[in-house]
Design a protein around this ligand. Structure first.
Ligand code: PLP
Length: 421
């Protein structure tokens, strides 16, 4: 039982280095967040030792009386949080949750219709070399070429052309809300099932600050670790009639034993997501993204041909459009990294650059809200990013980095959390 610093000093040093990296920079990758200490504790617990294939009270292993209670709490909490009739909390990740959704709802070779990857969709929504594009006939819809918004008229037209068995809502890189009711009506019209992958905006939905897909979709999948701020993992909600099929698609369809320590972490996160403190955090997340959009629009970035997709945001991220700028996505990502801000480059719709370079920057505000940021700090962050983008490679990154350091010192991350010993 020696501590990790003795058992494996190399890994211990890397754990400490990563803690420092997270503490000393500004995390603005839209899909990332900081879990509360309680979730770290659940994830680092003895529950990792337990095999529990099956579901509560229907296990294929003995000794599950304690973990049964953990899983039931997670199920009950997430159902209450989203007013969902059914929940499965076992998916190890968002991608595995999605694989189970396909398996439960359609057959290999059936047609699916999702948002195109380069318009903000996810790999698992039909990308060619992902399982979703290899085992299913994947068709896509794009955003409206004038408004850059997801447009029910376009989805309907594509659905009438392609006759999908499954229509997919949800996205990975898109700054607005979708019309779930209209999408469900289209699915009904063409005889398709309707599935929403709410991985990105799950926290906003939980806080009541984003429309919920639950009343409209046949099935909703999600990750727990983006805006929702739980452990890296997935879960599935559904109308009652799909419960049996989803259970068997997750286990034994896609997975073996559930990760009970992660399920405990999910249970903690679902409970926290029902609190006023969480709602306040989600409100600050949204306010931060709006401030970022407004101030980037006000900065000189437009002089360099830099704009925002759709002009602004309704969610926890903005999409910076660099198609008409000399600065490309890779350079923009590196430039902000030099200032101590972590973001990711992303393709934008109709991107002329290859995906490895890309013409977009996806910048999210959820992790900074968890760190405690409110309007004043988001204004400062927006100005740092605005100056960096407006000045491009000529920007004084040392001076901007010093401003970032001031923010990180004013809002320490994991105060009191010791380095591992
Ligand atoms: N679904 C969406 C919409 C996502 O953005 C992501 C992650 O980026 C996933 C699913 C996959 O989640 P995971 O990385 O946990 O497999």
């Amino acid at each position: 039982n020696a501590p990790i610093s003795q058992t494996d000093p190399q890994i211990a040093a890397l754990l400490n280095a990563e803690l420092e990296r997270q503490q000393e920079g500004l995390e603005m990758i839209a899909s990332e967040n900081f879990v509360p200490r309680a979730v770290l504790q659940a994830q680092g617990s003895v529950l990792t030792n337990k095999y529990a294939e099956g579901y509560p009270e229907r296990r294929y292993y003995g000794g599950c009386e304690v973990v049964d209670q953990v899983e039931k709490l997670a199920q009950d909490r997430v159902k209450a949080l989203y007013h969902a009739p059914y929940a499965n909390v076992q998916p190890h990740s968002g991608a595995q949750a999605n694989a189970a959704v396909y398996q439960a709802l359609i057959k290999p070779g059936d047609t699916v219709l999702g948002l195109a990857l380069d318009h903000g969709g996810h790999l698992t929504h039909g990308m060619r070399i992902n399982f979703s594009g290899r085992f299913y006939h994947a068709e896509s819809y794009g955003v409206n070429p004038e408004t850059y918004r997801i447009d029910p008229d376009i989805i309907r037209q594509r659905a009438l052309e392609t006759h999908p068995q499954l229509i997919i809502g949800g996205w990975s890189a898109y700054p607005r809300v979708e019309d779930f009711k209209a999408m469900k009506e289209i699915a009904d019209e063409v005889g398709a099932k309707f599935w929403v992958d709410m991985a990105h905006f799950a926290g906003l939905v939980a806080a009541g600050l984003h429309p919920s897909p639950v009343p409209y979709a046949d099935v909703v999948s999600s990750t727990a670790h983006k805006t929702l701020g739980g452990p890296r993992s997935g879960f599935i909600l559904a109308q009652e009639e799909y419960g049996k099929k989803i259970n068997s698609a997750v286990f034994p369809g896609q997975q073996g034993g559930p990760l009970m320590h992660i399920i405990a972490g999910k249970a903690v996160a679902f409970a926290l997501a029902g609190t006023d403190a969480f709602k306040d955090r989600m409100q600050r997340t949204l306010d931060g993204a709006k401030i970022l959009a407004e101030r980037l629009n006000a900065h000189d970035v437009t002089a360099n041909g830099i704009t925002l997709l759709t002009g602004g945001t309704d969610v926890h991220l903005v999409m910076v459009d660099l198609r008409h700028s000399e600065l490309d996505g890779k350079q923009g990502e590196n430039l902000l990294a030099q200032c101590g801000i972590t973001i990711n480059r992303n393709t934008v719709p109709f991107d002329p650059r290859p995906a490895s370079v890309a013409s977009g920057l996806r910048i999210g505000t959820a992790a900074l809200a968890t760190r405690g940021f409110a309007e004043e700090q988001y204004r400062e962050v927006a100005d740092i990013i605005g100056i960096a983008l407006a000045q491009g490679t000529a920007a004084d990154t040392d001076a901007l980095r010093a401003r970032v350091t001031k923010l990180t010192e004013d809002f320490p991350l994991y105060p009191g959390l010791d380095q591992v010993d």
